[in-house]
Ligand binder design. Structure first.
Ligand code: C5P
Length: 295
């Protein structure tokens, strides 16, 4: 039996993010297209003594350990299998936090997968998905097996899609965070209580190539987040003028990203973004989800 499982936990961006409705409890029903990126954390999960312990490497602030989603994932996993936690988690953090890139969610999904492997697959995929939803709206995507998926609801209803050809991506971050709950509140304040449905036909066919995806690329958070962080609009303009096929806010912010046709035009956009004071990361879209490595 394996003693340790190592997983690359990729970042994601949303190629489309529409807020469809506000539920009674205050949550929002979404329609979104998730796309995984090569920018990734590394998560190493080992069989441990008693308890669940977390060690974080890297310069990125991940907040207090008790609120860390990777650690919470370990606790809900052991609760589900009816055993006391017994694991050590090492997280090499590279995905910026509170950036809309799903880093914490991806780490949590990696921990669920790794623990299920270490413990001899006690949970079926559907059980893992249930735990994933409990942890957060972006977590189920990282367990769906494809780097591209259409999702509804809070992100728990997923249609895994065939991956698209890999494309270079440039991410830019303004250095300030945009908390998700605040972004939702601001959209609600802007729209009032009336969420008028916008007709759209979204199906697998509409998402079958980059041209069709670019035609449907939108992020409903963009107006409220860019109002609060105006440099994001300038950054999106730079990405577009450098030839990005699509340029959007990532999730609820605060980073933005562009998807390019070639490395050269992506790389050309970097200096102009840096001169706006934005920090940049080069990445590419993934052709497949990373496989776990056992030791
Ligand atoms: O799921 P996650 O933990 O990322 O959500 C953070 C907050 O964003 C929630 O507590 C909720 O206030 C808001 N949210 C929402 N509708 C969603 C997802 C999140 O209102 N579909």
């Amino acid at each position: 039996m394996a003693e340790r499982v190592t997983l690359s936990a990729p970042a994601k961006v949303n190629l489309r993010l529409c807020i469809l409705a506000r539920e009674q409890g205050g949550y929002h029903a979404l329609e979104t297209v998730f796309c995984a990126l090569s920018l990734a954390d590394e998560v190493e999960v080992s069989r441990g003594g008693s308890g669940a312990r977390l060690a974080v490497e890297g310069e990125i602030d991940t907040g207090p350990p008790e609120r860390n989603l990777a650690l919470r994932a370990a606790h809900v996993f052991y609760r589900e299998i009816g055993r006391a936690p017994a694991t050590d988690i090492r997280l090499a953090k590279r995905i910026p936090s509170a950036a809309g890139l799903g880093g914490g969610s991806s780490d949590a999904a990696a921990v669920l997968r790794a623990l299920n492997t270490l413990e001899g697959e006690p949970l079926a995929r559907i059980d893992l998905l249930r735990l994933a939803i409990e942890l957060g709206a972006d977590v189920p995507f990282f367990l769906c097996g494809s780097p591209l998926a259409l999702a509804w609801g809070r992100g728990e209803r997923l249609m895994a899609l065939p991956p698209l050809p890999r494309r270079p991506v440039l991410i830019a971050h303004p250095g300030v965070a945009m908390p998700t709950a605040e972004a939702f509140r601001e959209v609600a304040a802007l729209r009032g209580e009336t969420y008028v449905p916008t007709p759209a036909q979204i199906n697998a066919d509409a998402l079958a190539d980059w041209d069709r995806i670019a035609a449907r690329a939108v992020n409903d958070f963009e107006p409220v987040v860019a109002r609060r962080i105006p440099v994001l609009d300038d950054g999106l303009a730079v990405l577009r003028s450098a030839g990005a096929r699509l340029a959007l806010l990532a999730g609820s912010g605060s980073s933005i990203f562009g998807v390019f046709d070639d490395d050269a035009s992506r790389d050309d956009a970097e200096p102009a973004l840096a001169s706006l004071g934005l920090r940049t990361w080069r990445a590419e879209t993934l052709g497949e989800m990373p496989a776990p490595r056992l030791a």
